[in-house]
Design a protein around this ligand. Structure first.
Ligand SMILES: Cc1ncc(COP(=O)(O)O)c(C=O)c1O
Length: 412
């Protein structure tokens, strides 16, 4: 629950009371960007008013707030607080690790064809800088079955690899990857597993320790429902020692702020780097955004990630059935353990997905079309009763669009 002075905010699954001015009738686009709830907005407004009043005197208050949030995020993903760093987005978390691993020339990194680019570009950059070999495996194998995907990964790992980088949930298909099994295979071959967790954190149960994940990066603006410019990076504590923080700044050092508080004689440039994940918090960070993230995390934690997951899968079940009946092809995995908050579908072949996306928005249904699929991503405020609205809107949009020309991009 979030607190606003004496006001206590509670949330209910399927109730969008905390989004009083959200324009779309059905907002199922949380896999893109979540709108900030009222408690998030209030918390951020209060914080900025406080900073406005107190200036630098507010620093301590928000330092304490961040310690609290670090604990909460750690609890949410099964980590300890020292293993969590705040990052402004997923990409910064990926980059921190990609540049700080003790690479040897010729080390191999296994990536996946079809991953969101945030989990590719930093590794390719590291490959250029450190002389690594980046190898791509097809995601299609995992789409077919765990056995096939894991079999292919096993073959590739047997050739030697330093690291595997994958998303916990695929942004396009919504496929939840077998992360625990992948981590075990990596470790058996002396490799580490990096996970881009942004499409999972907050709506899919996660326990990084139990899964054996080495690194987990997640922006805060999707399933955590915080503002953009916030996020977290988990670094398994056993991995910290070996990292050489090539991304470092004045706050990466132990006792970094002593010289600002304790008089002369404390300013040194050679203080050791922190042996915690927060070594990657290199300078002042998004204080107001992290206040918003805490309010968002409080709501998610209060509802429970397992309960949210069951809720969004049920929403997906009903909508999927209605859309398939109307000629859509579902990309959702048949097994619940491979599902996520994402329901992606392909429209009937004679209907253009860009035009359909637009037609749905005109009918008050907010979706996304990443890499050409129609993606619906409900979260805790969505109600299963919305399914009828979504399905009938899709039916109506199909009727309008059949044979209609594709809209030009400047029509937006
Ligand atoms: C799998 C995945 N990773 C990362 C991102 C975003 O990365 P960042 O938080 O760096 O903007 C997205 C979507 O925007 C995504 O779907």
């Amino acid at each position: 629950m979030s607190r606003d002075g004496d006001v206590k905010f509670t949330a209910k699954l399927g109730d969008r009371e905390h989004f009083p001015d959200l324009e779309p009738l059905v907002y199922c686009n949380h896999a893109a960007i979540s709108p900030p709830s009222w408690p998030v907005r209030r918390a951020m407004q209060n914080a900025i008013v406080d900073w406005g009043r107190r200036g630098a005197q507010a620093f301590g208050t928000y330092g304490a707030q961040r310690s609290r949030l670090r604990e909460k995020l750690a609890r949410l993903v099964g980590a300890s607080a020292e293993e969590i760093a705040f990052v402004p987005n997923t990409s910064t978390g990926v980059t921190a690790i990609a540049l700080s691993l003790p690479w040897k020339r010729g080390d191999r990194v296994i990536l996946f064809e079809g991953e969101f680019p945030a989990n590719v570009t930093p590794w390719r950059r590291a490959a250029e800088l450190f002389g690594l070999e980046a190898v791509f495996l097809p995601l299609a194998d995992f789409q077919e079955s765990d056995e096939r995907g894991l079999g292919r990964l096993t073959e590739e790992l047997a050739k030697g690899a330093r690291l595997v980088a994958v998303s916990a949930v695929q942004f396009r298909s919504g496929l939840r990857m077998p992360i625990g099994e992948m981590a075990a295979l990596c470790h058996a071959q002396g490799a580490e597993l990096f996970v881009d967790g942004i499409q999972a954190t907050g709506a899919v149960p996660v326990d990084v320790r139990a899964l054996g994940v080495d690194y987990w990066a997640s922006g805060g603006h999707k399933w955590l429902m915080g503002p953009e410019g916030t996020g977290m990076l988990y670094v398994r504590k056993e991995r910290i020692e070996a990292l050489d923080p090539h991304v470092a700044g004045w706050l990466s050092h132990e006792d970094a702020v002593r010289f600002l508080l304790e008089g002369p004689g404390h300013m040194r440039y050679d203080r050791p780097f922190k042996k915690r994940a927060d070594v990657f918090e290199v300078g002042c960070i998004n204080a107001i955004g992290l206040v918003g993230l805490e309010a968002a995390v409080d709501l998610v934690a209060e509802l429970g990630v397992a309960e949210i997951f069951t809720h969004v899968v049920r929403w997906g079940d009903v909508v999927e059935e209605g859309l398939v009946e109307r000629g859509f092809k579902s990309l959702r995995a048949p097994e619940v353990k491979r599902r996520s908050g994402i329901l992606s579908v392909l429209p009937p072949e004679d209907v253009d997905v860009v035009a359909l996306h637009r037609a749905l928005l005109q009918r008050g249904i907010s979706t996304a079309i990443p890499d050409g699929v129609l993606r619906l991503s409900p979260h805790w405020p969505n109600n299963v009763d919305e399914a009828e609205q979504v399905i009938l809107s899709a039916e109506d949009a199909l009727a309008e669009l059949r044979g209609a020309p594709r809209p030009r991009s400047d029509d937006w």
